[in-house]
Design a protein around this ligand. Structure first.
Ligand SMILES: *Cc1c(COP(=O)(O)O)cnc(C)c1O
Length: 374
């Protein structure tokens, strides 16, 4: 291995964290943690200070998404992965349809497909870098797809398919929420976790749910189906309405999440936050288009994610070597998704990432590639 090529300090980003999750946590969020001491951290989640924190986060999410009448924000422990299992128990009546065009969409599809109390799922697939959309099908009561497939950098519209009757649309917004605008009325369930666009730690899940989703959750809970308590969305709904969780939540994560929501709302809301990501990802896609050794992995420009940009590199440019030089200088986590196995960089540009730091990042990559290509 060659020695590390020193990048001039003037080219380096001020903050070199470009991970797709966990992602950059801002200084303001850390300050919020310090400021919450004493009084919140290390105190009971059944008392007013932590309940107030949960209430703030729920109310701020409702404001960020300008929730339509009857929509509610619920939360629970276990992250989005746990939510998939909860959905298999509490949202799917008999059979789900999934769009699987990457790792995360495929994992949710597997969760319902293998659930013994459900019929085998209908799974629509597309290769990595492409997408497929939900389509009305007989006997389906849940249509599930990711708003943003984080493993490939593909973002698709959130649109209720025509002709689906009272079936629910259940959208994985783990990496989209907070960074991509959406017409929330198109989703019955829009769920996510705090470690992507909300720049916090993992471990919790949040879901924005429609009146139809609430009715479904209540109907299934009353049906006599065995549901583990920790995976019951009825239990989560009841607790959330009381600004509680079934069991102890990560209080520090909630403090950081509230701080990030406050920053988004102060800046102007979802349009402001999404605008930052769009600018950052635009920098990356434009940069790739201007290099003969780089190109956007997602060939259809309309599917290119505004929050996670995947850029293929020409075989002459070794992504691992490029990333080794960057990491040694504090520019980290632009690794491609493990299982995609491409010579690629994948850059998480959630709203917390400064668009100017992305301009620095591309300059750093140019600087290194000029010297690595001999
Ligand atoms: C990160 C991610 C997940 C998994 O989230 P966890 O909270 O780690 O379970 C699921 N779906 C998408 C689209 C993601 O980006």
């Amino acid at each position: 291995m060659t020695e590390i090529i020193t990048i001039p300090a003037a080219l380096l980003p001020r903050d070199g964290r470009f991970g797709s999750g966990p992602s950059k946590v801002s200084d303001a969020q850390l300050k919020a943690l310090v400021d919450s001491q004493p009084g919140v951290l290390g105190t009971s989640h059944r008392q007013a200070p932590v309940k107030g924190l949960v209430r703030d986060v729920r109310a701020m999410l409702a404001e960020l998404y300008a929730l339509p009448e009857g929509y509610e924000v619920i939360l629970g422990n276990g992250g989005s992965t746990m939510f998939w299992d909860a959905a298999a128990f509490s949202l799917v009546r008999e059979r789900a349809q999934h769009c699987a065009f990457g790792e995360f969409g495929s994992k949710f599809a597997k969760a319902t497909d293998l659930a013994p109390h459900l019929a085998a799922s209908s799974i629509r697939t597309a290769p990595g870098g492409e997408a497929v959309l939900p389509e009305a099908e007989d006997g389906i009561d849940v249509y599930a797809w990711p708003h943003n497939e984080t493993s490939t950098g593909v973002a698709v519209p959130v649109l209720r398919p025509a002709g689906i009757g009272d079936a629910l649309t259940v959208v994985d917004a783990t990496s989209a929420a907070g960074g991509i605008e959406v017409d929330i009325a198109q989703a019955d369930v829009y769920y996510f976790a705090p470690q992507k666009s909300f720049a916090s730690d993992g471990g919790l899940w949040f879901a924005i749910i429609s009146p139809a989703a609430i009715a479904r959750i209540e109907q299934i809970a009353a049906s006599g189906r065995w549901i583990p308590e920790s995976l019951s969305l009825k239990v989560a709904l009841d607790n959330s309405r009381a600004d509680q969780t079934l069991n102890t939540p990560a209080v520090a994560t909630l403090v950081m999440m509230r701080a990030q929501l406050a920053w988004m709302l102060a800046g102007g809301g979802l349009g402001f936050a999404a605008g930052r990501s769009a600018r950052s990802s635009g920098t990356l896609y434009d940069w790739a288009a201007g290099r003969d050794w780089a190109e956007a992995f997602v060939t259809d420009p309309g599917l290119r994610s505004p929050v996670v940009a995947t850029i293929d590199l020409h075989p002459r440019v070794d992504s691992a070597e490029l990333r080794r030089h960057l990491r040694a200088q504090g520019v980290v986590d632009i690794d491609p998704y493990r299982k995609l196995g491409r010579n690629q960089v994948r850059v998480g540009v959630y709203p917390a990432v400064d668009p100017e730091d992305v301009e620095s990042l591309v300059q750093c990559m140019d600087y290194l590639v000029e010297r690595l290509l001999t």
